[in-house]
Design a protein around this ligand. Structure first.
Ligand SMILES: [Zn+2]
Length: 288
């Protein structure tokens, strides 16, 4: 079975992207795994700090491992948007395969120092752990549906010289540079800065690039982003919307139904559809 690092290297070299899908309960995870198995796609699933608190950090690790073993497929777990070194160490100790340390709201020097500490801690614990750092910053919050048009200010984007120094000095395996996307969904579809992505790709060799806020990007721009060198894309909002909208509909439709497993089946199908759509878009089908 391919390791997470091998999957990411293949994606970066061959210009396709590893899907990163968030889950908040076991039904969502089931849907994501079903989609990956059906499409024979590698899969990175993620939990934010709140999602892992809700499910249980040890339980997240156990659940994902059980699916990986059952299907003998590269299905890995990321600690998405971990906002402190302490929380990152907690996820490493619990057995996460990947850590996203997000100190992007702190000063560049503090971000660099904290990220480096996490990389070193992870390496000592298990050299197979993939660490993602983030520079520049996203201007919006995850899973919020904004009624307004959101402008992405130029100063929030990643700066190429800082990106190079950040990767060289921290030793991160993946870099999430702010390149114009936003978290959540806005009234407009923000445009990605392809020139910036290409400049960073030219500077940073085989470092995998991560795009956050995939739900708000148009289909055309997503394809172009993957071709330009984005090799890992985060989708969360679209999955949550699929699950919750269907749940509301089912509860309304079947007021006399109390068998939870019956009520939750259609939501799994909806989440799976969104996952499969994105797997096609990222070109990760049949990449085992
Ligand atoms: Zn994100």
């Amino acid at each position: 079975m391919l390791s997470l690092k091998e999957v990411l290297t293949n994606a970066t070299r061959e210009r396709w992207a590893v899907p990163h899908f968030n889950f908040a309960n076991s039904s969502m995870l089931e849907a994501l795994v079903e989609a990956a198995v059906e499409a024979r796609s590698p899969l990175l699933v993620g939990t934010s700090e709140s999602e892992r608190d809700f499910i249980g950090i040890e339980q997240c690790v156990a659940l994902v491992k059980s699916y990986r073993d059952e299907h003998d497929m590269p299905i890995y777990l990321n600690a998405d948007h971990t906002y402190s070194v302490e929380k990152a160490k907690e996820a490493i100790d619990a057995g996460y395969d990947s850590i996203h340390i997000d100190l992007s709201k702190e000063s560049f020097e503090d971000n660099l120092r904290g990220t480096k500490e996490v990389v070193e801690y992870a390496k000592n614990k298990n050299p197979e752990i993939s660490v993602e750092g983030e520079i520049g910053y996203l201007v919006t919050d995850s899973s919020t549906i904004y009624k307004d048009v959101i402008d992405v200010p130029k100063e929030s984007l990643a700066k190429p010289d800082e990106a190079k120094r950040f990767v060289d000095e921290t030793g991160v395996n993946r870099l999430a540079p702010a390149v114009g996307s936003i978290h959540g969904i806005a009234a407009n579809k923000p445009h990605l800065d392809f020139e910036l992505i290409s400049t960073l790709r030219g500077l940073l060799g085989d470092t995998a690039f991560v795009l956050h806020g995939g739900s708000g990007v148009t289909q055309d721009e997503m394809k172009k982003a993957v071709q330009s060198g984005i090799s890992n894309v985060h989708i969360s909002t679209d999955l949550r919307v699929a699950f919750v909208d269907k749940l509301r509909e089912e509860l309304e439709k079947h007021k006399d139904e109390y068998r939870v497993y019956k009520l939750l089946k259609p939501e799994i199908e909806e989440v799976k559809k969104v996952a499969l759509y994105n797997i096609e878009l990222f070109g990760s089908r049949n990449k085992l």
